[in-house]
Ligand binder design. Structure first.
Ligand code: HEC
Ligand code: HEC
Ligand code: HEC
Ligand code: HEC
Ligand code: HEC
Length: 219
């Protein structure tokens, strides 16, 4: 049998197979980093909005309750965004001629809703519902951060499956008394786990399994 390849080719092919393995591992690693990067998850990205609405002004400054604008948050899956009418409750008088509010007035006059850019956007194949979380003692700031400090709104959690599961496995780490749901400054007490377990019992949160079943979120 004539030798088709020179012996040294064995070394070359071994090196290149090893190289390919490393390259693939590198690509997989980079892909993992990419899908978890703030750019891909949207964490920290401020959306440019048609109107510079500021939660900092309206929530911290004026003390308006979340439910005044996000009226559906306790009743259903979606918190909802306020209709223009809600803004005009105040802005037909306050800053009634401000150019910053021209688009609000246009929308009110024409009936054309304001087109807010979505900040959060969960994949369609994952089911989420606000009302159950609010009813079971999970506060807005646990998932949305200090919205009351945001001049324009951004996302603070990845919304990845791992993030949901981190809480669904051990909700006692995050649960708070129901009357603190809208308190943006709430902090967990030193004995959070103890109090948390007590609250889970009181709110009848099922323990073990059900909350991490695939069908809870993929229906
Ligand atoms: C005066 C009305 C008003 C009040 C009060 C208000 N919001 Fe909002 N909120 C808005 C408007 C308008 C938007 C859409 C523009 C934006 O994203 O900033 C919004 C957007 C949001 C978003 C992002 C929605 C998305 O697109 O994913 C979150 C989260 C949010 N609000 C949470 C809160 C929380 C928590 C509170 C209470 C601490 C609150 N808001 C109080 C009017 C309000
Ligand atoms: C357990 C986590 C969690 C809690 C607690 C929570 N949210 Fe959300 N919120 C989300 C997720 C996830 C989305 C994105 C939903 C989607 O894209 O379908 C969202 C979206 C929103 C939106 C955008 C509009 C909508 O309905 O999708 C608003 C406004 C909002 N949340 C306000 C609030 C307010 C106000 C509270 C407190 C009463 C609150 N959220 C509590 C996770 C949470
Ligand atoms: C309860 C009354 C009230 C409601 C409801 C309300 N605002 Fe305001 N808004 C105010 C007041 C008061 C100010 C002035 C705040 C300041 O300068 O500290 C203001 C200021 C503003 C400004 C100017 C901010 C600046 O930096 O000068 C914008 C833009 C604005 N609001 C948009 C909206 C939009 C959009 C809505 C509806 C989603 C809305 N507001 C709902 C009372 C309200
Ligand atoms: C900080 C804690 C926390 C986070 C984060 C969280 N959840 Fe939950 N979730 C809960 C608790 C507590 C319940 C209430 C369970 C009960 O009593 O049935 C719940 C219930 C649910 C239910 C209803 C289950 C049922 O029995 O119908 C769904 C669906 C759900 N969560 C989806 C999600 C998704 C999707 C995410 C991520 C985008 C998420 N949750 C993030 C704590 C959390
Ligand atoms: C608490 C809610 C929750 C539970 C329970 C859950 N998932 Fe998910 N899952 C999600 C969310 C939210 C996403 C979307 C992630 C994203 O957009 O990055 C997701 C994404 C996925 C994806 C797409 C790939 C990915 O990772 O983004 C697969 C596959 C999946 N889930 C399978 C499962 C299986 C299998 C189970 C049961 C062992 C399960 N999930 C349980 C919330 C959940």
């Amino acid at each position: 049998m004539p030798q088709i390849f020179h012996r040294s080719m064995n070394v070359v092919s071994r090196v290149s197979i090893l190289g390919a393995v490393f390259l693939l591992a590198g690509i997989a690693w980079a892909w993992g980093r990419w899908v978890r990067s703030d750019y891909m998850t949207g964490v920290g990205n401020v959306r440019v909005q048609p109107i510079e609405f500021s939660h900092r002004h309206h929530v911290s400054g004026l003390g308006i309750d979340c439910r005044y604008c996000h009226t559906a948050v306790e009743e259903g899956p979606f918190a909802g965004l306020p209709p223009t009418r809600t803004c005009m409750n105040c802005h037909s008088q306050i800053f009634a001629y401000s150019p910053m509010l021209a688009r609000v007035r246009d929308s009110y006059r024409t009936g054309e809703p304001i087109r807010w850019q979505r900040v959060h956007n969960l994949a369609d194949f994952a089911y989420f519902d606000h009302s159950i979380h609010v009813a079971k003692g999970i506060g807005c700031s646990t998932c949305h951060g200090r919205v009351d400090h945001m001049p324009l709104t951004w996302q603070t959690a990845t919304l990845h499956m791992e993030w949901c599961l981190e809480c669904h496995r051990q909700p006692e780490r995050f649960v708070r008394p129901r009357d603190e749901i809208y308190n943006m400054a709430w902090r967990s007490p030193p004995d959070q786990i103890e109090q948390g377990l007590e609250l889970l019992k009181r709110y009848h949160v099922p323990r073990g399994g059900k909350l991490t079943d695939c069908s809870t979120c993929h229906r």
